[in-house]
Design a protein around this ligand. Structure first.
Ligand code: NAD
Length: 512
């Protein structure tokens, strides 16, 4: 209450007990039990949400199908106008939603606000996009023929999201999907369902004010079992799933089995190469925020630092000093740099990883551990740690969603890029250098194998204007900016004959 959470929840329409299945303004009763959402900040129960059962799921899908028939025929710029209004509605509740995200997920209030800002930004992007869903025009090989392509809406987009970006990932997907003429069914993470409930209230109001039908935006709530209802449902042509690689492999296979499309945004194992030509101030600040921001719970968190041997000791020292100044505590208190992990299970994974990596030969430069005492009652606060390790260690190859930073040395840039790429994941990457040859080598086709490669910027904190996503076990999907919208539409090639004969393609003769 000290942080005004109660008032924020009230204004967002989040109650103590919420129904979990919604087609917009209609909230459907399920027979299933409630799941509680507990804040990792203080351990308190924030509210409960009903689990969606198969009967309410069915109702949601039927409404979505009906809505699609109407929504897809609205001209795209008019759909953009609705998204513009949604952007404004989000602007009005930015502080409240940012607070809820911070309290429910545990990221700092500043980062909560940043996440909501990303939602607003993607709305603006989508509004412009609604007039730019361009297809190409081709020259036909046949006389008197015209050939072009157009992009049509796809249908229902099923969105499965992770706990760590409880609202922005949904916005990246749904705002684009909506201007593309699709309708969305969203299953937020079971670890942050109230953020989902809040978003659903925000958009439902806008659809209603514009006299639009139920089913353009739907919400379902629950764990993997509810997610499976969507991944196995052939009425849903596209599943956009964000989460662990483990989840992506299951969802990807389920969707592929019915020849549906999936857009997968999975785990990362992001590294920064710090060369002897780095601007040290930028390198340290970039690595610090990348490694400890959101308590190491970003898919783009910096997990590995690959440091030139001549700089290794000084980087190590400077980072250790910076870590000693970190203030860990309640994410809503703006003096704190680092908040909690999402839950105790995540704390156990963090502890387990530290133990295992030490068994493999890792040596702590900054020790980790769980914080206890006043302010840390939830049991979810841990110390960001730094461990000297080798790239091939099992734990280094694996993404642990916690603030554990591995540091390692290199001698030649070729060796550094080799180490950099030698992990199963391929999301975000960076090089810190003022040397043009090093930077360009890193960005070349023989350089970083990630979906995101930066120079003199850390690995986290991407802008919405670029396509976001990664290669290898990160899943290959791209969301957000650039031409990521194409994943939400189906391409149609059209050839029109305006001549008075019927020439066949490839010069084939077929005369009777
Ligand atoms: P998670 O995989 O445990 O859960 C993610 C979502 O998938 C949840 O909504 C969950 O209910 C659902 N799910 C799990 N198993 C499922 C199944 N078999 N069928 C259908 N749905 C299923 O991930 P998490 O702990 O919430 O999030 C952390 C992970 O997400 C990290 O690996 C992180 O790197 C990744 N992530 C990736 C990106 C990206 O854009 N690449 C962004 C954010 C998070």
């Amino acid at each position: 209450n000290q942080y005004g959470i109660k008032k924020a929840l009230e204004r967002l329409g989040v109650q103590e007990e919420n129904k979990g299945a919604s087609t917009g303004n209609i909230w459907i009763v399920s027979e299933e039990k409630y799941i509680g959402s507990f804040s990792p900040a203080d351990g308190a129960l924030i509210g409960k949400v009903q689990l969606t059962d198969s009967k309410s799921y069915e109702e949601v899908v039927l409404k979505a199908q009906e809505a699609f028939a109407k929504w897809r025929v609205l001209p795209a710029p008019q759909r953009g106008e609705i998204v513009r209004q949604i952007g404004n509605a989000i602007r009005e509740v930015k502080e409240d939603l940012g607070k809820l995200v911070s309290y429910e997920m545990g990221k700092s209030y500043q980062e909560g606000l940043g996440e909501v800002q990303e939602m607003i930004d993607i709305c603006d992007f989508a509004v412009g996009l609604s007039r730019q869903l361009y297809g190409l025009t081709m020259h036909s090989e046949r006389p008197g023929h015209r050939m072009y392509e157009q992009w049509h809406s796809l249908g229902i987009v099923g969105i499965i999201s992770a706990f760590n970006f409880p609202v922005a990932v949904w916005a990246w997907n749904s705002m684009l999907a909506w201007v593309c003429g699709d309708v969305c069914i969203w299953k937020p993470s079971e670890k942050a369902p109230l953020s989902g409930v809040a978003c659903q209230h925000i958009v439902a109001k806008v659809f209603k004010e514009n006299g639009l039908p139920e089913g353009i935006s739907s919400l379902i709530v629950g764990d993997y079992k509810v997610g499976e209802m969507m991944s196995q449902d052939k009425r849903i042509p596209l599943i956009s799933a964000t989460g662990s690689t483990r989840m992506g492999k299951i969802v990807g296979q389920a969707v592929a089995a019915r020849l549906g499309r999936s857009l997968l945004e999975l785990g990362g194992n992001n590294a920064i190469i710090i060369t002897q030509n780095a601007d040290m101030e930028i390198a340290i600040r970039g690595a610090l925020f990348g490694a400890v921001g959101t308590a190491g719970q970003r898919c783009t968190t910096t997990r590995r630092l690959i440091i030139h041997e001549s700089m290794y000791e000084s980087v190590k020292e400077r980072l250790a000093l910076a870590y000693s100044k970190l203030v860990i505590g309640n994410p809503l208190d703006e003096k704190n740099h680092v908040g909690p992990l999402i839950d105790k299970e995540a704390v156990n994974m963090y502890l387990n990883t530290i133990k295992k990596v030490k068994e493999e030969g890792g040596v702590a430069v900054v020790e980790g551990g769980v914080l206890e005492g006043e302010g840390y009652e939830s049991g979810c606060y841990v110390k960001p740690c730094i461990i000297e390790a080798e790239n091939h260690f099992e734990m280094v190859q694996h993404e642990t969603f916690a603030p554990i930073l591995y540091i390692m040395k290199y001698n030649t840039l070729e060796e550094a890029i080799g180490m950099h790429n030698n992990v199963p994941q391929g999301l975000s990457s960076a090089i810190m250098t003022l040397n043009m040859r090093e930077a360009e080598a890193f960005l070349s086709s023989a350089g970083s194998d990630c979906g995101i490669a930066n120079v003199n910027i850390g690995t986290s904190g991407a802008e919405i204007g670029g396509a976001f996503g990664g290669e290898k076990e990160t899943g290959g999907g791209r969301e957000s900016g650039s031409d990521a919208w194409k994943a939400y539409m189906r391409r149609q090639t059209n050839t029109i004959n305006y001549s008075d004969s019927l020439p066949l393609a490839q010069g084939i003769k077929f005369d009777i």
